[in-house]
Unconditional design. Structure first.
Length: 185
């Protein structure tokens, strides 16, 4: 059964746009992930360690049959393939793919937090998330729109519409939207 998930993307090293576009392509190529929509592309100032380049950020709405831990592992593999190396907390990165929301689940383990930890405090997460779904609820916290006026980092600016992600309905997306349960007609 397909689960609805929101993923946050970010990059502030190298060719940032290319890193994000390759992430979208890798997600689309995964047999158990269907990228449904992308938010616009935003720029944002860093949080935490401020002496680094600005970020490019976006949010994707995907459907997947992967369990949360399997999806997390798939995204970590994609980050590693982009050249991401573990370094300084909140430091520079070629690619960051965060599991923001997985259905209405609340998961808190040593390696996985859903909803994503502190997402309600980050305008670079909330602005693109609300663009995709203005009524979205953060499980255990409430309506995402209620948090936007109180975010710590308000330096977010629009760079491009959702066309940056180069998502055009392909065979996989058309099949999924016409036949969400995968049954043959």
């Amino acid at each position: 059964m397909q689960k609805q998930v929101y993923l946050g993307l970010g990059s502030n090293q190298g060719n940032k746009l290319a890193h994000l576009q390759r992430a979208v392509a890798a997600l689309r190529a995964h047999p158990q992930i269907c990228v449904k929509r992308a938010s616009s592309l935003y720029g944002s100032t860093p949080v935490g360690l401020e002496e680094q380049e600005d970020f490019l950020n976006a949010v994707l709405f995907v459907e997947t049959s992967l369990a949360p831990t399997e999806l997390m592992q798939a995204t970590k593999n994609m980050e590693a393939e982009s050249g991401r190396q573990k370094g300084i907390h909140w430091g520079p990165r070629t690619l960051d793919i965060d599991l923001l929301l997985y259905e209405d689940q609340i998961i808190k383990t040593e390696k996985l937090n859903i909803p994503h930890k502190e997402m309600e405090k980050r305008s670079f997460v909330l602005v693109p998330l609300l663009e995709l779904n203005c009524d979205i609820i953060i499980p255990g916290l409430g309506k995402a729109a209620n948090f936007l006026p109180h975010t710590a980092n308000k330096d977010v600016w629009l760079l491009a519409g959702p066309e940056w992600a180069k998502i055009t309905p392909g065979r996989k997306e058309q099949q999924s939207s016409k036949n969400p349960q995968g049954a043959n007609n």
